[in-house]
Design a protein around this ligand. Sequence first.
Ligand SMILES: [Zn+2]
Length: 286
Amino acid sequence: MLRRVNPGLPRGGEVAFFEVSHSGETFKVNLRRTNAARRFTLRVRAPSGDVVLTMPARASLCDARSFAERHAAWIGMRLRRLPRRASFEPGELVPLRGVLHRVTSRRALRGSVWTEAPCATETGEPLPLLCVNAEPCFVARRVRDFLVAEARRDLEAAVERYARALGVRPRKVTLRDTRSRWGSCSSAGALSFCWRLVMAPSFVLDYLAAHEVAHLLHMNHSAAFWAAVSATCRDSARAEAWLQAHGASLHRFALESRGEDGRGSPGQAAGVGAAEAAATSSRRLR
Ligand SMILES: [Zn+2]
């Protein structure tokens, strides 16, 4: 068997990606063959910006390429619309309970991470500071750990409040970095939340807590479930609308500007929902 040296040809001789161009820009399109696929589907994953073309097992590469070429303008448009990737490094703007804070490395005798009110004499837009007592290279990790700890505090307090109001008791509260769901409730009564909720306005985190606690009474989205939610939380619709409009932006933060999220295991990237855009056919695009 002939071996060809070509980055697009992994083992087995199958093409793993090709490049398409539009208006002087070139885009890498990764290919994924599945038996389940009935047609070509093009996706631009957020926040990595990976372009993936899913194709039926028996479809020809020639057809795949021409499909991608027909949608090259769409790929460029989706990539331009992706939210800018951001980190927790010094100088970055990070939302805490819906308020933007500027991350600052500040050496001090005591304290690890703390907030300070906007400085009146500062030039430019005065923003509250998120001060980190660490060398700049350790700041991002400290900020992330701080946000996870704050999220835990806020979520445990909110869960406690709503559980008492509804007369239920969760078995435990776990924080994760989930991409597809903001919260969940297991049949055993364990609640799980995405720690990134602490970056959203507080009414959003409160609503998620109320929602998952109400599942301890009703493991469904029945009218009785929604009645339990609205008995304790009045912001359901407002919070759902906020997550729809801004939820994906909470996922653009990574420990470093590139990396962490960029590793993108295929399983994790599946079912991203609002953070992902897909073109399933040219009909849907025009
Ligand atoms: Zn639910």
